[in-house]
Write a protein of this length. Structure first.
Length: 124
């Protein structure tokens, strides 16, 4: 079976660029999942301690695994959502303004990430 390009003026270079970009996006996503899973036992222990302190509930292994699966899944799903939204944002505001908007969101998210341990807040 021979590979044939569609009749929509796609060139071999365009198809190659699409494949390279797809693989280039998949590798960092896998890397991010490995980064969040590497310290999993420490983060899970912290989550268990925070829930015990705040709510007086001891999480079983199954409940802790469900919480951890939710955390990892939400991180991945928001990554997918933001990647889709990023294209819309760029088309609407342009590259410079969308980069500025993403920087502002990052500047607002960083303190939440940094303060979650000191405030004992899993939600942050």
């Amino acid at each position: 079976m021979e590979f044939q390009l569609p009749d929509s003026n796609w060139t071999a270079g365009l198809v190659f660029a699409g494949l390279v970009i797809t693989v280039g996006v998949a590798v960092p996503a896998g890397f991010q999942v490995s980064i969040i899973n590497a310290p999993a036992e420490y983060i899970q222990a912290w989550c268990r301690a925070v829930i015990l302190t705040r709510f007086g509930i001891w999480l079983s292994e199954e409940e802790l695994n469900l919480l951890w699966a939710s955390v990892v899944t939400v991180a991945i799903l928001f990554g997918v959502f933001i990647s889709i939204f990023g294209g819309i944002l760029t088309c609407k505001f342009g590259r410079k303004k969308s980069f500025l908007i993403c920087g502002i969101v990052l500047a607002l998210a960083a303190p939440c990430f940094l303060l979650c341990r000191s405030t004992s807040s899993i939600e942050l």
